[in-house]
Design a protein around this ligand. Sequence first.
Ligand SMILES: [Mg+2]
Length: 385
Amino acid sequence: MILHMDMDAFFASVEQRDHPTLKNKPVIISGRSKRSVVSTASYEARKFGIHSAMPVFMAQRLCRDLVIIPGNMEKYRCESGKIMKILAGFSPFVEQTSIDEAYMDLRGLNRLFGSPENIAATIKKNIEEHLGLTCSIGIAPVKFLAKIASDMNKPDGLTLISEDRMMSFIEGLPIGKISGIGKQAAKQMETLQIKTLGDIRQYPLSVLTAKFGKAGARLLELSNGIDQSKVTPEHIRKSISSETTLEDDTIDFEDIKRILLDRSQIVGALLRKKGLVCKTISIKIKLADFSQITRSRKLDTPVSSSSAIFNEALDLFKKIRLTKKIRLAGVGVSGLQDKNMPSQMSLLPIENTSKDQWESVDTAVDCISEKFGPHIIKKASLNLK
Ligand SMILES: [Mg+2]
């Protein structure tokens, strides 16, 4: 069985815990810029129809007494660390998928901690006692259903989908509940009489792949209760990325270049901090009309220096023909491996002979940033305007 834990209105709950005057009040956590969106809404705020990703001005329109609090990521990260430590006390097979969500593989834990429900109840009790926060937990034979289950009885929920109940559950599961199926895709499926995951099975694989590509094949597996994805603990983490929504939409090349440089440095620093190197570099661009462009490239030799990541990111960006302004840009790396793990070396000599120098510059910058904060030192080109 697989367990999925999701904290309830995490950032808002932390603030309500730390500031008793905020208890039972509609509270949102959001950024300070004029384009800020709701990061987390307390359950009291949700009653007004406020939800995350909603622009703050809209939330204010829905609720006159709304309390808006700037987020304190450092504090939330610290709380998150404590939560993950509690989970790690049960099993090494924990995969953290966001600041307040994690999966746990329950295999082999019954002798130590009892039934899956017992484990879930103990985790909930520990988190509540030690941190004064509630979470919701879902348990299911496969990963994707565990996540759906954790969302079913929020807040403070505990939902189990047993092996026996799994197929009938799948039969009635609305297709839009599956992560990765957006509103558009769900609509398209409805025209094919696919409303629930069970409905997928009326089509053969060939039709599904013709219509939906790889996603079609995956959906057919899921509809049969098969999910290949496994709980992957942090040390085999698959990707790191960083993106930012711009204050103002832009099409200016120098502006975008600066953003890619800034993001490359953030991603590179995280990579090096974890002692990892990456084989694939990608960029993500969102245009003013909300359409999205992603590009990625696999390298012959894994890298970790910020300048190597930036050079690839910039090169990928230069190949895009921009016709509209952009509103978001990000850089990501994947194909991560341990820095010291022997890897196949490039057969060609490395063109950039200054590679090693850049790595030592990165290391020096990382040390300084660690001590004095992330923006104390940066590339001169980040300040040119
Ligand atoms: Mg949550």
